[in-house]
Design a protein around this ligand. Sequence first.
Ligand SMILES: Cc1ncc(COP(=O)(O)O)c(C=O)c1O
Length: 425
Amino acid sequence: MNQQKIGTKCVQAGYTPGNGEPRQIPIIQSTTFKYDTSEDMGKLFDLEASGYFYTRLQNPTNDYVAAKIAALEGGTAAMLTSSGQAANFFALFNICENGSHIVASSSIYGGTFNLIAVTMAKMGIDVTFVSPDSTEEELNAAFKDNTRAVFGETIANPALTVLDIEKFAKAAHEHGVPLIVDNTFPTPVNCRPIEWGADIVTHSTTKYMDGHGAAVGGVIVDSGKFDWMAHADKFPGLTTPDESYHGIVYAEKFGQEGAFITKCTAQLMRDFGCIQSPQNAFLLNLGLESLHVRMPKHVENGLAVAKFLESQDKVLKVSYPGLESDKYYELAKKYLPNGGCGVVSFELAGGRAAAESFMKKLRLAAIETHVADARTCCLNPATSTHRQLTDEQLEAAGIPAGLIRMSCGLEDKEDLIADIANALA
Ligand SMILES: Cc1ncc(COP(=O)(O)O)c(C=O)c1O
């Protein structure tokens, strides 16, 4: 299966119907599952057998789709979550606890920044934010004895910085911890972080994977490559007995390939219940079936819009890693040879007021708290998604108050450019 190309996996991976079975993945709209004997069910509760007993933890529809995304990212196991926020929280909290420390890129989605800097801090989990442009020395200096994970976004929302995945992976591994990469913007069609050394990959599937603004969701993919046992003292949750499952040791029983996702399902999904609904998983799968066809069009439109904006006097700066003038062009050539995504950030002369007036005049591009949709949309992060950040934090994340983030959809690029030209005029 893994020899297949990405498009074939988008269409076919994860679910292979048997003779006479539904061609499309079935939506198993059932909270619970029936067993003939208590012994049968007991084996599931003991993690002795695999199967389903309650949709708060696992559902077959979700697992078909998770298996497809694992195949796309080149991972060994995956699980769907109710949102991208839940995916990032679970990915971190599965290996962090009160007293742990995280090294995170400062250039990440505002919601994730808040999750780590504010909410996880209340749980006693500390963070050091580092510039995505940190040198190896600067990165190494951020680690502490209690560091348990490194976190970054392949292409950051909304600053569009490109993470040097190999550099961050090297630093993480030298300190005996995994690198977690949020790969929402490029999707596995344009970048597969595991191939560059990432250990865990997350997504807000709400974005390009769904692609139609229809279903909120998230996913966590494990590469199966991180050796938890080699760093057993750092990850007791994976390497010592779990008394809530009769003393099993995840890393021993499920190995490197399965331990992370099994623990995350058995403990965090059990206790927090942030499961994706099977209906949403079905919609997500419809989006995935055309992901490899849609991504090149998003990239084509993003690049055309970025080039047009760059030629305009009223535009102070355009960030799009595919532009030769962009600071991240070289990293993009390395990690994103087929292009990154359809999201372009730019700063208008005249700051916040100019940005607001420009956005009001757009006819095709709608003002939305969203990106990565088939329909073009835009927003001003400082007054919306990132309004919880102080000016210093905005600065550190590379987000000026007059910045507009435009997510180029699947329309014809000539119409998008005409809409922008009209609003600028
Ligand atoms: C890169 C990235 N990660 C995570 C999230 C959170 O995802 P969700 O909105 O599905 O919870 C977002 C949302 O915009 C995002 O852009």
